[in-house]
Design a protein around this ligand. Sequence first.
Ligand SMILES: [Zn+2]
Length: 110
Amino acid sequence: MKEVFVHPDFTRVGHCQAILEEAGIACFIRNESTQNLLAGLPDSSALPVLCVTEDGDAPRAMELLHDFNTSEQQTADAENSVEWKCPQCGETVPGNFGSCWKCETPRPVL
Ligand SMILES: [Zn+2]
């Protein structure tokens, strides 16, 4: 048993588990306590941890997850270059702005 991925977002860890299973790597998620996450409490001891059953699968698993996380980062970068519309005042705001330049309303989470 070896830990290969830890992330506070349980959905993301579950997605990674699906990727590994698709590749034929036996894995499971530990610390599936979502109570603290739902309450918004960052408790590192309750973070979901993705583990592979066989230590020998760990390098391959990390490689797969690295590819996944890298491609997702690129997607996020592309999204950052897209303009968004302020829900408060309706102004068009450049994608690299975290909040409206006019009324300072934070960028809505998609
Ligand atoms: Zn605004």
